[in-house]
Design a protein around this ligand. Structure first.
Ligand SMILES: [Zn+2]
Length: 251
Protein backbone atom coordinates (compact mmCIF):
# COMPACT_ATOMS: atom_id res chain seq x y z
CA UNK A 1 0.00 0.00 0.00
CA UNK A 2 1.25 3.44 -0.81
CA UNK A 3 1.54 6.17 1.78
CA UNK A 4 -1.20 8.80 1.82
CA UNK A 5 -0.57 11.50 -0.75
CA UNK A 6 1.25 14.49 0.59
CA UNK A 7 -0.20 16.81 -2.02
CA UNK A 8 -3.76 17.41 -3.09
CA UNK A 9 -5.94 19.93 -4.86
CA UNK A 10 -9.18 21.31 -3.58
CA UNK A 11 -11.65 24.01 -4.49
CA UNK A 12 -12.11 26.34 -1.54
CA UNK A 13 -13.70 29.59 -0.46
CA UNK A 14 -11.59 31.85 1.76
CA UNK A 15 -13.63 32.49 4.90
CA UNK A 16 -11.03 34.34 6.91
CA UNK A 17 -7.36 35.21 6.89
CA UNK A 18 -4.99 36.59 9.45
CA UNK A 19 -1.39 37.64 9.24
CA UNK A 20 1.08 35.25 10.79
CA UNK A 21 4.66 36.31 11.35
CA UNK A 22 6.10 38.72 8.82
CA UNK A 23 4.48 37.72 5.56
CA UNK A 24 2.59 34.46 6.11
CA UNK A 25 -1.15 34.24 6.44
CA UNK A 26 -3.29 31.65 8.15
CA UNK A 27 -6.49 31.09 6.24
CA UNK A 28 -9.74 29.47 7.24
CA UNK A 29 -11.05 27.69 4.16
CA UNK A 30 -14.38 26.15 3.33
CA UNK A 31 -13.87 23.24 0.95
CA UNK A 32 -16.40 20.94 -0.61
CA UNK A 33 -14.51 17.75 0.25
CA UNK A 34 -13.07 18.40 3.68
CA UNK A 35 -15.26 21.25 4.81
CA UNK A 36 -13.57 23.74 7.08
CA UNK A 37 -9.86 23.75 7.59
CA UNK A 38 -7.11 26.16 8.55
CA UNK A 39 -4.11 26.34 6.24
CA UNK A 40 -1.02 28.47 6.01
CA UNK A 41 -0.09 30.48 2.92
CA UNK A 42 3.60 31.20 3.25
CA UNK A 43 4.82 34.54 1.97
CA UNK A 44 1.40 35.49 0.67
CA UNK A 45 1.65 38.87 2.39
CA UNK A 46 4.49 39.83 0.03
CA UNK A 47 3.36 41.77 -3.02
CA UNK A 48 5.56 39.65 -5.30
CA UNK A 49 4.12 36.37 -4.06
CA UNK A 50 2.28 34.38 -6.72
CA UNK A 51 -0.46 33.93 -4.12
CA UNK A 52 -0.90 37.65 -3.43
CA UNK A 53 -4.33 38.98 -4.32
CA UNK A 54 -5.83 35.54 -4.89
CA UNK A 55 -6.52 34.52 -1.33
CA UNK A 56 -8.82 37.40 -0.48
CA UNK A 57 -11.98 37.11 1.62
CA UNK A 58 -14.80 35.40 -0.27
CA UNK A 59 -12.76 34.31 -3.29
CA UNK A 60 -13.20 30.79 -4.62
CA UNK A 61 -9.97 29.21 -5.80
CA UNK A 62 -8.54 25.87 -6.80
CA UNK A 63 -5.80 25.38 -4.26
CA UNK A 64 -2.75 23.18 -4.52
CA UNK A 65 -2.16 21.95 -0.97
CA UNK A 66 0.60 20.14 0.83
CA UNK A 67 -0.16 18.25 4.01
CA UNK A 68 1.72 19.68 6.94
CA UNK A 69 2.30 18.32 10.42
CA UNK A 70 0.02 20.92 11.98
CA UNK A 71 -1.43 23.02 9.21
CA UNK A 72 -1.72 22.15 5.55
CA UNK A 73 0.21 24.54 3.31
CA UNK A 74 -1.26 26.41 0.35
CA UNK A 75 1.31 26.11 -2.45
CA UNK A 76 -0.72 27.35 -5.42
CA UNK A 77 -3.98 29.15 -6.06
CA UNK A 78 -5.94 29.51 -9.29
CA UNK A 79 -9.00 31.71 -9.08
CA UNK A 80 -12.29 29.96 -9.87
CA UNK A 81 -14.40 33.02 -9.11
CA UNK A 82 -13.11 36.29 -7.68
CA UNK A 83 -15.95 37.38 -5.39
CA UNK A 84 -13.86 39.80 -3.37
CA UNK A 85 -13.87 42.74 -5.86
CA UNK A 86 -17.70 42.66 -5.75
CA UNK A 87 -17.87 42.58 -1.96
CA UNK A 88 -15.99 45.76 -1.07
CA UNK A 89 -19.03 48.09 -0.97
CA UNK A 90 -20.27 48.46 2.64
CA UNK A 91 -23.62 46.70 2.28
CA UNK A 92 -22.14 43.88 0.15
CA UNK A 93 -19.35 43.47 2.68
CA UNK A 94 -21.81 43.39 5.61
CA UNK A 95 -23.99 40.78 3.91
CA UNK A 96 -21.01 38.61 2.92
CA UNK A 97 -19.71 38.80 6.47
CA UNK A 98 -22.99 37.54 7.90
CA UNK A 99 -23.11 34.71 5.33
CA UNK A 100 -19.58 33.65 6.19
CA UNK A 101 -20.10 33.96 9.94
CA UNK A 102 -23.16 31.74 9.73
CA UNK A 103 -21.39 29.12 7.60
CA UNK A 104 -18.42 29.24 9.94
CA UNK A 105 -20.58 28.92 13.07
CA UNK A 106 -22.91 26.19 11.82
CA UNK A 107 -20.50 23.95 9.91
CA UNK A 108 -18.36 21.32 11.54
CA UNK A 109 -14.74 20.86 10.44
CA UNK A 110 -15.04 17.19 9.48
CA UNK A 111 -18.49 16.79 8.02
CA UNK A 112 -18.42 17.27 4.23
CA UNK A 113 -21.49 19.21 3.08
CA UNK A 114 -21.17 19.85 -0.68
CA UNK A 115 -24.70 21.28 -0.70
CA UNK A 116 -23.58 24.03 1.66
CA UNK A 117 -20.49 24.70 -0.47
CA UNK A 118 -22.77 25.22 -3.47
CA UNK A 119 -25.04 27.46 -1.41
CA UNK A 120 -22.06 29.51 -0.19
CA UNK A 121 -20.67 30.19 -3.67
CA UNK A 122 -24.17 30.95 -5.01
CA UNK A 123 -24.97 33.43 -2.25
CA UNK A 124 -21.59 35.20 -2.51
CA UNK A 125 -22.21 35.64 -6.23
CA UNK A 126 -25.73 36.96 -5.60
CA UNK A 127 -24.55 39.31 -2.84
CA UNK A 128 -21.93 40.74 -5.19
CA UNK A 129 -24.51 41.38 -7.91
CA UNK A 130 -27.49 42.78 -5.98
CA UNK A 131 -28.35 46.31 -4.97
CA UNK A 132 -29.85 45.30 -1.62
CA UNK A 133 -27.77 42.26 -0.68
CA UNK A 134 -28.94 42.12 2.95
CA UNK A 135 -32.38 41.26 1.66
CA UNK A 136 -30.98 37.92 0.41
CA UNK A 137 -30.18 36.81 3.93
CA UNK A 138 -33.57 35.47 5.07
CA UNK A 139 -33.70 33.18 2.04
CA UNK A 140 -30.08 32.17 2.44
CA UNK A 141 -30.78 31.40 6.11
CA UNK A 142 -33.68 29.13 5.21
CA UNK A 143 -31.54 27.28 2.65
CA UNK A 144 -28.80 26.88 5.22
CA UNK A 145 -31.19 25.66 7.94
CA UNK A 146 -32.62 23.22 5.40
CA UNK A 147 -29.18 21.85 4.50
CA UNK A 148 -28.45 21.44 8.22
CA UNK A 149 -31.73 19.63 8.86
CA UNK A 150 -32.98 22.54 10.99
CA UNK A 151 -35.56 24.07 8.65
CA UNK A 152 -38.89 24.76 10.36
CA UNK A 153 -42.08 23.28 8.93
CA UNK A 154 -43.83 26.22 7.29
CA UNK A 155 -47.29 24.81 6.56
CA UNK A 156 -48.33 23.16 9.81
CA UNK A 157 -48.40 24.07 13.49
CA UNK A 158 -45.34 22.67 15.22
CA UNK A 159 -47.52 21.62 18.19
CA UNK A 160 -50.81 20.25 16.90
CA UNK A 161 -50.08 19.78 13.19
CA UNK A 162 -53.01 21.96 12.07
CA UNK A 163 -52.58 23.55 8.65
CA UNK A 164 -51.43 27.17 8.90
CA UNK A 165 -52.68 28.20 5.47
CA UNK A 166 -54.87 31.31 5.68
CA UNK A 167 -54.42 31.64 9.43
CA UNK A 168 -52.25 33.55 11.87
CA UNK A 169 -49.10 31.95 13.27
CA UNK A 170 -46.29 32.74 15.67
CA UNK A 171 -42.71 31.67 15.62
CA UNK A 172 -41.89 29.27 18.43
CA UNK A 173 -38.12 29.10 18.14
CA UNK A 174 -37.84 26.83 21.16
CA UNK A 175 -39.78 24.16 19.28
CA UNK A 176 -38.20 24.92 15.90
CA UNK A 177 -41.32 25.99 14.06
CA UNK A 178 -44.52 28.02 14.01
CA UNK A 179 -47.52 27.66 16.26
CA UNK A 180 -51.19 28.20 15.45
CA UNK A 181 -53.59 30.42 17.38
CA UNK A 182 -54.96 27.58 19.53
CA UNK A 183 -51.49 26.47 20.60
CA UNK A 184 -50.19 29.94 21.27
CA UNK A 185 -49.06 30.06 24.87
CA UNK A 186 -45.59 31.24 25.69
CA UNK A 187 -44.28 33.15 22.71
CA UNK A 188 -46.16 36.41 23.01
CA UNK A 189 -43.28 38.79 22.28
CA UNK A 190 -42.77 37.81 18.66
CA UNK A 191 -45.03 39.46 16.08
CA UNK A 192 -47.81 37.41 14.54
CA UNK A 193 -47.48 36.31 10.94
CA UNK A 194 -50.73 36.92 9.08
CA UNK A 195 -51.92 34.93 6.07
CA UNK A 196 -49.85 37.09 3.66
CA UNK A 197 -46.73 36.65 5.78
CA UNK A 198 -47.28 32.89 5.84
CA UNK A 199 -47.55 32.79 2.06
CA UNK A 200 -44.35 34.83 1.88
CA UNK A 201 -42.62 32.50 4.36
CA UNK A 202 -43.62 29.45 2.33
CA UNK A 203 -42.29 31.06 -0.86
CA UNK A 204 -39.02 32.01 0.83
CA UNK A 205 -38.65 28.49 2.24
CA UNK A 206 -39.47 26.65 -0.98
CA UNK A 207 -36.56 26.32 -3.39
CA UNK A 208 -34.49 23.82 -5.26
CA UNK A 209 -31.10 22.87 -3.89
CA UNK A 210 -28.63 25.54 -2.93
CA UNK A 211 -30.12 28.30 -5.04
CA UNK A 212 -30.72 31.71 -3.49
CA UNK A 213 -32.27 33.06 -6.65
CA UNK A 214 -34.76 33.94 -8.05
CA UNK A 215 -34.97 36.79 -5.60
CA UNK A 216 -37.70 36.06 -3.12
CA UNK A 217 -37.65 38.75 -0.53
CA UNK A 218 -39.01 38.16 2.92
CA UNK A 219 -41.56 40.52 4.45
CA UNK A 220 -40.29 42.38 7.48
CA UNK A 221 -42.05 40.10 9.97
CA UNK A 222 -40.91 36.99 8.12
CA UNK A 223 -37.32 38.27 8.06
CA UNK A 224 -37.56 38.88 11.83
CA UNK A 225 -38.93 35.41 12.44
CA UNK A 226 -36.17 33.75 10.41
CA UNK A 227 -33.50 35.83 12.11
CA UNK A 228 -34.86 34.93 15.55
CA UNK A 229 -34.88 31.25 14.61
CA UNK A 230 -31.29 31.38 13.30
CA UNK A 231 -30.11 33.14 16.45
CA UNK A 232 -31.92 30.58 18.56
CA UNK A 233 -30.12 27.70 16.81
CA UNK A 234 -26.81 29.55 17.02
CA UNK A 235 -27.28 30.21 20.71
CA UNK A 236 -27.54 26.50 21.35
CA UNK A 237 -24.18 25.87 19.77
CA UNK A 238 -21.50 26.51 22.36
CA UNK A 239 -18.73 27.19 19.86
CA UNK A 240 -20.60 29.85 17.96
CA UNK A 241 -18.96 33.22 18.44
CA UNK A 242 -21.56 35.03 16.42
CA UNK A 243 -23.35 37.97 17.92
CA UNK A 244 -27.00 38.64 17.25
CA UNK A 245 -27.51 39.16 13.56
CA UNK A 246 -29.17 42.20 12.13
CA UNK A 247 -30.37 41.46 8.69
CA UNK A 248 -33.97 42.60 8.98
CA UNK A 249 -32.93 46.12 8.02
CA UNK A 250 -32.30 44.73 4.54
CA UNK A 251 -35.80 43.32 4.24
ZN1 LIG B 1 -51.48 24.25 16.91
Amino acid sequence: MSAPQRSYKTAAVILRGRTYGEADRILTLYTAERVKLDAIAKGSGRTKSHLAGRLEFGNEALLGMHRGRNLDVVVSADIIEAHWPHLVAPEQFAAANIVIELIDAFCEPDLPQPEIYTLLTAVLRAVGQRDAPLSLLPRFSMRLLDALGLAPPVDACVHCGAALQGRTAWLDAEHGGFGCESCRVAWREVPALDADDLRNLQAVAAAPGGSVTPALYASKRVAQAIETLVNHHLGRRPKAGVHALEFVRGA
